[in-house]
Design a protein around this ligand. Structure first.
Ligand code: HEM
Length: 557
């Protein structure tokens, strides 16, 4: 039987197909240039017409650098796809991410980016406004000051184990340790235990738990989903997942489910972060999978980020030996012994906090955009109207290095956070590493507490020196939303061992610089506890003190 419909022989399908594509391209260019409501916003020609360059650089891992270049060239408001505008202005944090005045609808998260797979249950990060407020209220108990005091012993235990293990492995300063891994192991152990009562035992075993490899791999994969969201093919994610092509992700969730199940069945009462949700589960009508999704979020959001910042701070400090010496001096003169260093007592370390903030500026753990989508009726952002449906964001890396907001942005200058008049015109509100407003990071206080405790303990116990192979550690990194960090090799020399050997070498600094910081930031206790003599030399590049050079002596401790 002949087919009901036959294409006539004189019709050239490839020709018609080609013509349709050409027409579509011409129409897109015409629309983008002359009709699109975003046509007045500057940006690179090709990027304004199609999102392909955006996706290419996203997958390549250098979109943060491209956006920085564009802001330099086109100004604080740049269009980087036909539908997306990025801002480089402190006010944009408030306008895009802040509470909106007069009860106006929140500029919500761009769903294509945050929930590419509708099969998965929502969690705190991906939920919509109403559900988010309920979840956030429950979680806020677990992240309160009171809860953190209850969690202190647990966190301290891991940090003490870290110091013990570093001492065992540093070979008196002869072996370079990969601090990227040591920080990862610590923060994953802490969050595993705090998240749902199961440490990954990385520090114990001096190695990665297979689960962590799954998590870091899936973080990188999420960048591909972001690319798919831009190309409009994100519904495919659901099928990729269903067809078993994302088994690593699935395996990770299964492991969370098993661990959580054990935690619930054991009936243990413990001050972990998931406790409140477990208790109120029935009242909230929350199913087990939603609980799993939230526990998984805590592990993913609360580990890699903190470890990244600690790695960044270690890199930046070791690359700036005078700053390193100054912060080490602050830590070592503020405590009489290691036991005095606690979550509460570290809050007196002002200079160390400034170093951490400066590291958050120069190496923000979340480097790229947090895309939001303009709701019905449009929105006013930095004094300009954006139409409904526009995707908008601030790129952290770009705004943190902008000369308009920071003096000498490429200089590592903790002083800018301490009221130094040289930096009086800095706009500190340009930096929002934890985001801003109702969807900001709920773990911010926990992150600061962990970072301060870990760094203080390390600075108190060890002198640090970077291995030459890592001197370009930040420059060679790409970012897929989170950084792809290469190993960070650092020599750690135990301070006690050093002072035993040379009898007097407590700090590594030149005499001149030592005098400067001594009087600028040394605490009263510090000045009383130490005497110093100026002799010999120090390697200005590395901060390495040579035997018999600068010497500092504890007068009384
Ligand atoms: C230096 C460390 C950290 C940085 C830089 C950081 C950064 C951020 C940022 C930028 C967001 C907003 C994400 C978005 O809008 O898409 C966020 C959200 C979040 N963070 Fe963190 N974070 C850190 C540590 C932590 C820790 C220790 C936890 C603890 C578990 C945590 C848990 C969360 C959660 C649950 C959210 C979602 C909050 C919500 O949507 O209400 N983070 N974080």
């Amino acid at each position: 039987m002949a087919p009901a419909f036959q294409i006539p022989d004189n019709i050239n399908i490839p020709l018609i197909g080609g013509a349709c594509i050409a027409l579509y391209v011409v129409w897109s260019i015409f629309y983008g240039l002359f009709l699109d409501p975003l046509r007045h916003i500057p940006g690179p020609f090709l990027w304004r017409l199609t999102n392909l360059p955006r996706v290419y650089h996203l997958i390549k891992g250098d979109v943060h650098r491209k956006v920085r270049e564009f802001h330099k060239k086109y100004g604080p408001i740049v269009r980087i796809t036909p539908y997306e505008v990025v801002y480089n202005d402190p006010q944009a944090w408030k306008d895009i991410y802040g509470h909106r005045v007069g009860g106006a609808e929140e500029i919500g998260k761009w769903a294509e980016f945050y929930t590419p797979n509708s099969d998965l249950p929502r969690n705190l990060l991906t939920s919509e406004r109403a559900e988010h407020s309920i979840l956030r209220r429950q979680f806020s108990h677990s992240f309160s000051d009171k809860s953190m005091r209850e969690q202190e012993e647990l966190i301290k235990g891991y940090v003490e184990l870290l110091i013990e293990r570093l001492n065992e492995n540093c070979d008196g300063g002869k072996a370079a340790l990969n601090m990227r891994d040591w920080y990862n192991w610590t923060t994953f152990d802490v969050i595993g235990d705090l998240g749902f009562g199961n440490s990954f035992s990385c520090l114990q075993n001096t190695g990665y738990h297979p689960w962590i490899k799954l998590i870091t791999a899936s973080l990188r994969e999420s960048c591909k989903f972001q690319g798919m969201a831009h190309l409009g093919i994100n519904p495919l994610v659901k099928y990729i997942y269903r067809w078993g092509l994302m088994d690593r992700n699935k395996e990770q969730l299964n492991l969370v489910a098993e661990t959580l199940d054990e935690r619930i069945k054991s009936g243990r009462e413990r001050p972990d972060l998931i406790d409140m949700l477990v208790k109120k589960r029935d009242e909230l009508g929350m199913d087990f999978q939603t609980l799993v999704g939230n526990a998984n979020l805590l592990i993913v959001a609360g580990s890699e980020t903190t470890a990244t910042l600690l790695s960044g701070a270690t890199y930046l400090l070791t690359m700036n030996p005078h700053t390193l010496a100054k912060v080490a001096e602050e830590v070592r003169t503020s405590f009489n012994n290691d036991k005095e260093i606690t979550l509460t007592s570290v809050s007196r370390l002002r200079y160390m906090l400034a170093c951490l903030n400066e590291s958050l500026r120069q190496y923000p753990p979340v480097s790229n955009d947090l895309p939001r989508c303009v709701p019905k009726g449009g929105a006013e952002i930095v004094g300009k109207h954006l139409p409904e449906g526009t995707v908008c964001s601030v790129f952290q890396w770009a705004i943190n290095y902008d000369e308009r907001w920071w003096k000498n942005p490429y200089k590592f200058a903790p002083e800018r956070w301490l009221g130094d008049p040289e930096y009086k015109d800095d706009r500190q509100d340009a930096m929002q590493p934890f985001s801003h407003g109702p969807r900001n990071c709920i773990g911010k206080n926990l992150a600061y507490a962990e970072m301060r405790l870990i760094l203080a303990k390390i600075l108190y116990n060890f002198d640090m020196r970077i291995d030459d192979s890592c001197r370009d550690w930040i420059d060679r990194q790409n970012s897929f939303g989170v950084w792809e960090k290469p190993p960070l090799y650092i020599y750690l020399t135990p301070v006690s061992q050093k002072s035993e050997k040379s009898g007097n070498m407590i700090l590594g600094l030149t005499a001149v610089k030592a005098t400067q910081f001594w009087h600028n930031t040394g605490t009263k206790a510090g000045r009383d506890n130490f005497t110093h003599e100026h002799k010999g030399t120090v390697d200005e590049e590395t901060g390495q003190v040579y035997k018999g050079s600068t010497s500092f002596r504890m007068a009384q401790v």
